[in-house]
Design a protein around this ligand. Structure first.
Ligand code: ADP
Length: 259
C-alpha cells in the first residue's frame, strides 16, 4: 500500500509535461490521461484495504475478551484517525480524477436550496458546538433552483467545514443567500470570523494539495483537496467563486451560480 501511495503522490506532484517512454516522447495530453487513470485506479483500489483496516481496528476495540493496555487503546484510536484521514484523501482524489475525465456528470434537478442549507448546517452543528462557534443562516429565502443537489450539498459541506476549521473558538460562521432576477443567478455567501487568507494565497488555495501555512493547516487536519473539488463543482455549473478576506478578521467565499 505504501508503495502505491508514494507512486500516487509522485504522479500527482509531477503535473503535466512530457514523459519519456523508451525513446519516444509521449505528448502531454496522453501522459496526463495516463496519470489520471492511474490516480483513479489506485484510489479505487485503496478503498477496500482501507475499509478492512478500519473494520479490523474497530473489531479489536469491540472485542471484550482481548485485554488491551491503555497504551494500545491510544494507538488504536490514533490509527483510526489516520485511516479516516487517508480514506478522505483517497475519496477526494477519486472525485478529482473522475472530474478530470469528465466521468462525473452534473445531474441537474429542481430543489429547494434553503432545505439543503438547513440540512448541511444541522450536520455541522456538533462540530461548531465543539468550538463554541455560532453557526447561522442569514437571508433565508425560499427558492427552488436548478442544479446538481448532491454536488451543491458537497460544496456547502466543504466551504462550511473549512469556515469552522479555520475559525478560532467563540467565532462566527454564517451562510446567506442572494438572488438576482436580472442575470439571473444565485449567490451563496459563506462568511467566517477566522484567521483569514493572505492575498497571495487566495488563488492558490484552489490548487490540489495547496495549504496556507502547512504546519498550522496540518494541525487542523484536512486533505488539501476540498477547495479543488469545490471549484470543480462551481465551474461544472458554469458558475464562479470570489474570495474576500482580511488577515485575522475573517474570510467570505461568494459562490455565483447562473440559473
Ligand atoms: P484543507 O483540507 O487543507 O482544508 P482545502 O482545499 O479545503 O484543504 O483548503 C486549502 C487551504 O485553504 C487550507 O489548508 C487553508 O489553509 C485555506 N483555507 C480554506 N478555507 C479557509 C478559511 N475559511 N479560512 C482560512 N483559510 C482557509
Amino acid at each position: 500500500i505504501l508503495t502505491i501511495i508514494s507512486l500516487l503522490f509522485l504522479f500527482l506532484a509531477s503535473g503535466g509535461g512530457y514523459m519519456m517512454a523508451g525513446r519516444a516522447i509521449i505528448p502531454i495530453k496522453k501522459s496526463y490521461d495516463r496519470q489520471r487513470e492511474f490516480v483513479a485506479d489506485a484510489s479505487h483500489e485503496l478503498r477496500t484495504p482501507l475499509s478492512i483496516f478500519m473494520a479490523s481496528v474497530e473489531a479489536i476495540q469491540r472485542d471484550k475478551e482481548s485485554k488491551i493496555s491503555p497504551f494500545a487503546e491510544i494507538v488504536l484510536a490514533d490509527m483510526k484517525d489516520e485511516i479516516k484521514k487517508m480514506s478522505k484523501t483517497v475519496s477526494d482524489m477519486l472525485t478529482l480524477a473522475r472530474s478530470d475525465a469528465e466521468a462525473t456528470m452534473i445531474l441537474k434537478e429542481k430543489f429547494n436550496l434553503m432545505n439543503i442549507i438547513e440540512q448541511v448546517l444541522r450536520s455541522l452543528q456538533p462540530l461548531a458546538n465543539e468550538k463554541n462557534i455560532q453557526l447561522s443562516f442569514e437571508n433565508q429565502i425560499e427558492k427552488v433552483i436548478l442544479a446538481d443537489k448532491e454536488r451543491i450539498r458537497q460544496l456547502l459541506l466543504i466551504l462550511l467545514d473549512n469556515a469552522i476549521k479555520y475559525t478560532p473558538p467563540q467565532g462566527k460562521v454564517s451562510v446567506g443567500l442572494e438572488f438576482s432576477t436580472k442575470v439571473p443567478d444565485i449567490k451563496i455567501i459563506i462568511k467566517d470570523s477566522g484567521m483569514g487568507i493572505p492575498a497571495e494565497d487566495q488563488e492558490l488555495i484552489f490548487e490540489r494539495f495547496y495549504r496556507v501555512d502547512k504546519t498550522r493547516s496540518r494541525e487542523i487536519g484536512g486533505t488539501g483537496l476540498g477547495l479543488s473539488i469545490a471549484k470543480w463543482i462551481v465551474l461544472a455549473h458554469g458558475g464562479s467563486v470570489k474570495i474576500e478576506s482580511q488577515m485575522g478578521k475573517g474570510s467570505t467565499f461568494i459562490i455565483i451560480l447562473p440559473q
